[in-house]
Structure formats: C-alpha cells, structure tokens
Design a binder for this molecule. Structure first.
Ligand code: NDP
Ligand SMILES: O=C1O[C@H](COP(=O)(O)O)[C@@H](O)[C@H](O)[C@H]1O
Length: 504
C-alpha cells in the first residue's frame, strides 16, 4: 500500500487521476473540491496528480475552475501563500462533459486522463461518484469499462444513500458487483471521517479507565444525538424520498453505535474492525414500531419573520408525511449490552446544530452523599459526553465538593475541549476519507455486509411506518422537537441529556 503525503519518495513513481463524477453538483462544490484543495495544500497528494470534473453540464476548463474557485478556502490562518497554492491547484483541474451511461464519453475522459498522466504510463484512478443514486450503476459500468486504469488501481467512492431498504440495497449491491470488486468500492459515510468518531476507538481501547465501565454493568443508557438548526432547504426533493431515518439514523448514527458498542478488534486492520462492527449490528434487535417516534417541522413566525415549514418547500409534495425528525430506542442483545437502551435521535430545523454521544452511567450504590445530591439522583450520575460537532470535545460530568468550609456538592465537568487543548485546525471529514481511499485504507469505509445488516434492522419498521401512514408529530421550526421523544425516552427510563437544563 502506498502512503502518499507521508512517504514523499513515492511521489514521483506514479500518476494519480481523480475524477469527480457529478462535478457540477452541490456536494462536489461544497465538500469534495475544498477537501482536495486542502489535501493539496497540506502536501498530501502525489506530485503527479490531476483532477477531472465530469458531468452532463457543458462548460470549459476555465469556467469549471471559476466554479470550483468560489468554494475553495484557506483553512490555515497563516496561509500567506494560499492564493498561489489555489492557482497551482486550479491549473491541475480539468472538465469533461459527458453522459453518465455512455461508454464513449467515458472513453473520451480516459483519453484526456492519459494525456494528463503522460509520460508516466502507469496511473491510479479514483472516481468519486457524487451523483444521485439512480445513476450509480450506470456510471460504475461505463467508467469501469471505458476509463479504468490499465496498470494501476481503480477505485470508486460511492456516496449514500445505499438503497432505501433491504431489497433496493441488494439490487444496488449486486449491480455494483457486476462491474467492480469489493476492494475497489469505497462506500463513504462521512461521519466516520469526523475527528471525534475516529477518536472513539482510541478513547475506548487506549485507556484503561473507560473499557472496564463499558457495559450493562455500569452504563444505564447511551444516546446518539444529531440535530440541525436548518431545514431541508434546497434538498427537499431528495430528502422526501428518504426521510430522516434513512438520511441520518440508519447510516451515520448506526455506524457510531457500532463503533461504540463493538468488542475490541483483533487489530487495527480494516477487516478486523469491520468484522466487529458487523457482529454488534447482528446482535441488535430489529427496531420496533412502538420504539420509534417521528416528527415533521412546521413553519414558525418569530419576531416578525417566518421560518418555512417542511411542506412549504416547493420540492416537497403537498401532504408529505416524510419524517424530518425521528427518535428510536434500539437494543443490542449480547452479553455486554443486554437491556441497555441505545437511544438514537435525529432532526432537522431544531433549536441547535449538534452531534454527540451521551453515556449515562448508573447510580452509585449506597451513595454516602445521597442526601447532598438532591432529590433527583439521575441528575447527579456520571455522564460522558463525546461532542462530535461543533466545539469538538469530550467531557465527563462528575460530582465534586464545592471548595470551602461547608460540604456542598455540585456536578461539574472534567473537560477536554479540543480548541483549548489542541492548536491544529481539525481536518474536514472528506479530507481524511479521500486521503484514506488514495492510500487504500478501508477502515473508515463501510463494507457491504455492514449495510446488509443495517438495512435488515430498519427495513421492517420503515415499511410499517409507510404502510400504516403514520402521521409525524408536528414541531415548530427551531424548537426542541416533538414531545413524543420525551415519552419514548421515559418509557425506557431515560432522560435526554441534551435537553437537561444544565447542559446547553
Ligand atoms: N449535498 C450534500 O450535502 C450531500 C450529498 N450526499 C450524496 O452525494 C451525492 C451527490 O449529492 P449532490 O451533489 O447534492 O447531488 P446533486 O443533486 O447536486 O447532483 C449532482 C450532479 O448530478 C447530476 N444530476 C442531478 N440529478 C440528476 C438526474 N436525475 N439524472 C442525472 N444526473 C443528475 C447533475 O449534474 P449534471 O446535470 O451537470 O449532469 C448534478 O450537478 C448524492 O448521492 C447525495 O445523496 C451525501 C451527503 C450530503
Ligand atoms: O449525510 C448527511 O449529512 C448532513 C450533515 O452532515 P454534517 O457533516 O454537516 O453534520 C445532513 O445535513 C444531510 O441531510 C445528510 O444527507
């Protein structure tokens, strides 16, 4: 495995062509090109790299460069040479218009790539499929047939959604396997590229203090929470076909759960880690309808301005009952986690933008300080919070004597806030994942069988929600979500940690 950026002596030996398919789209502009530029800036790309945008829209190289340039930023504040670096980067970007299902158009792209790769004959080729899912397989077919590398590797990063249920997932997967081998497919879940998620296994397995507590014996419940303070603005057409369970819970939050709950892998090898994730997902019970609450945001007028409801989005069908909020309780039926509720919650147009894991520990048995801790012991139990974003950090709520002559106890935090501890700017998830793909490191990409199990757990309840036409509970834009989520938590003896008065 070559490691670009880290072993500079390898830089001259091969060319790398990166093709962004769907280059005219939102994700490419917002995330992929900025990530590629950041990698270039940080000298993580090989010397002989070129980038090719591919989509149906007609434009020339210069127009394409202008399009990309508007979204490139200099992450580093002391980046005085950033403008120069941007120009150098843009000089390596080219655009090829073509149809997605056309072998001839991909062959034309391949000729262009060969020119860019010359005089080196051997080039690696990475295709990033940043396109709607209905054209994934057409692109995989044509690109692999007409534009694969002849003597280097060819890899494809495939974006979610990977189907919308078990059936469509299997069809997509079979179709991809007709054109690509598993080792060529990099299924991306960008949450796995986030700093705090990569740190989750370090926290668990490189510290003695956490792992012994990591089980039903000490943990009362685990909460994985995702909230956004904006609606589907601009993505309503896509979103309405999927809804929040498929968009966020079945993939991002379930992946976090798997990393959180898995057993220690035999090594840091990608297959060992993914084997453990699959095992824990297999131990999970199917999600039950009675353990799910769904909601949809409605408009809200505040201080004279109106925030639009989900149904006000022109791209959303009138009367849609697609959930923009969902909470569910899931259970991992193995020796470590038997009976511990894992609560997953995700919503759009809520009061804040946060993603975090909350681990609520059990009460201290026979607590000597019980009468000093107030009537509500739940509030005084230890809670470990892994804040994925924003303001990344880890903190542990502990009970502590308030300094002074009396004996007063309060709950305070052992706090590792990244921005106070580390100077470095955190890399964007897409930077890490694209670099890993170039390096052939598959640890943070999802294996086919992980998805197969993930869909098995969610497909029946998704079907039930749809077949019964379950009406989502309406919640106002910018609120804390439907009340039903509190009832669901209470049913499992849980209180949402993010909604506690002392935990803004
Ligand atoms: N945007 C985001 O924040 C996120 C997106 N994703 C996933 O990434 C992928 C790309 O997302 P995004 O950039 O938002 O998608 P877009 O809708 O912007 O589509 C990307 C490009 O694909 C082409 N395209 C769009 N619709 C069709 C169609 N029906 N048939 C053929 N071509 C079409 C267009 O290019 P042209 O017309 O020039 O060919 C478009 O510029 C999707 O799979 C999405 O689910 C995942 C996470 C977040
Ligand atoms: O995959 C998706 O993620 C984004 C949220 O990503 P983040 O990195 O900004 O937290 C979400 O808005 C989108 O609906 C979903 O498709």
């Amino acid at each position: 495995m070559r490691v670009y950026g880290l072993q500079e002596e390898n830089w001259d030996q091969s060319a790398l062509s990166i093709v962004v398919v769907g280059a005219s789209g939102d994700l490419a502009k917002k995330k992929i090109f900025p990530a590629l530029f950041a990698l270039y800036y940080e000298k993580m790309l090989p010397k002989n790299f070129k980038i090719y945008g591919y989509a149906r829209s007609k434009m020339g190289d210069e127009e394409f460069r202008d399009l990309i340039a508007s979204s490139l930023t200099c992450r580093l504040t002391d980046a005085s040479d950033c403008g120069k670096k941007m120009d150098e980067f843009l000089d390596r970007c080219f655009y090829q218009a073509g149809q997605y299902a056309s072998d001839a158009d991909f062959a034309a792209l391949a000729s262009r790539m060969a020119e860019g790769e010359a005089p080196l004959e051997c080039a690696d080729r990475l295709f990033y499929l940043s396109i709607p899912p209905n054209i994934f397989t057409a692109v995989a077919a044509s690109a692999s047939k007409a534009a694969s590398s002849k003597c280097g590797w060819t890899r494809m990063i495939v974006e979610k959604p990977f189907g919308r249920d078990s059936e469509s997932f299997c069809a997509l997967s079979d179709e991809l396997y007709r054109h690509l081998r598993e080792d060529q497919i990099y299924r991306i879940d960008h949450y796995l590229g986030k700093e705090l998620i990569e740190n989750l296994t370090v926290l668990r397995f490189a510290n003695l203090v956490f792992e012994p507590l990591w089980s039903r014996q000490y943990i009362r419940n685990v909460q994985v929470i995702f909230s956004e303070n904006f609606g589907t603005e601009g993505r309503g057409g896509y979103f309405d076909q999927y809804g929040i369970v498929r968009d966020v819970i079945q993939n991002h939050l379930l992946q976090i759960l798997a990393l959180f709950a898995m057993e220690q892998p035999a090594s840091l090898d990608a297959e060992d880690i993914r084997n453990e994730k699959v095992k824990v997902l297999k131990s999970m019970a199917q999600v039950r309808l009675e353990d799910v609450v769904v909601g949809q945001y409605r408009s809200r007028t505040t201080r004279g301005s109106t925030l639009p409801g989900y149904l006000d989005d022109d791209t959303v069908p009138p009367n849609s009952i697609t959930p923009t909020f969902a909470a569910c309780a899931v259970f991992v039926n193995n020796a470590r986690w038997d009976g511990v509720p894992f609560l997953l919650k995700a919503g759009k147009a809520l009061h804040s933008r946060v993603a975090e894991i909350r681990v609520q520990f059990r009460h201290v048995p026979g607590n000597l300080y019980r009468n000093k801790l107030g009537l509500d012991l739940d509030k005084a139990t230890n809670e470990l919070v892994i804040r994925i974003q924003p303001n990344e950090g880890i903190y542990l709520k502990v009970n502590n004597k308030v300094p002074g002559l009396g004996l007063r106890i309060d709950t305070t935090r052992l706090d590792l806030t990244y921005k106070s501890k580390y100077e470095a700017t955190l890399p964007d998830a897409y930077e890490r994942l694209i670099l890993d793909c170039i390096n052939g490191d598959r640890r943070l990409f999802i294996r086919n069988d992980e998805l197969e199990v993930a869909w098995e757990k969610f497909t029946p309840v998704l079907k039930e929600l749809e077949e019964r036409g379950v009406q989502p509970e309406l919640y106002p834009y910018g609120s804390r979500g439907p009340v039903g989520a509190h009832y669901l938590a209470a049913k499992h003896g849980v209180r949402w940690g993010d909604l506690a008065a002392d935990d803004e």
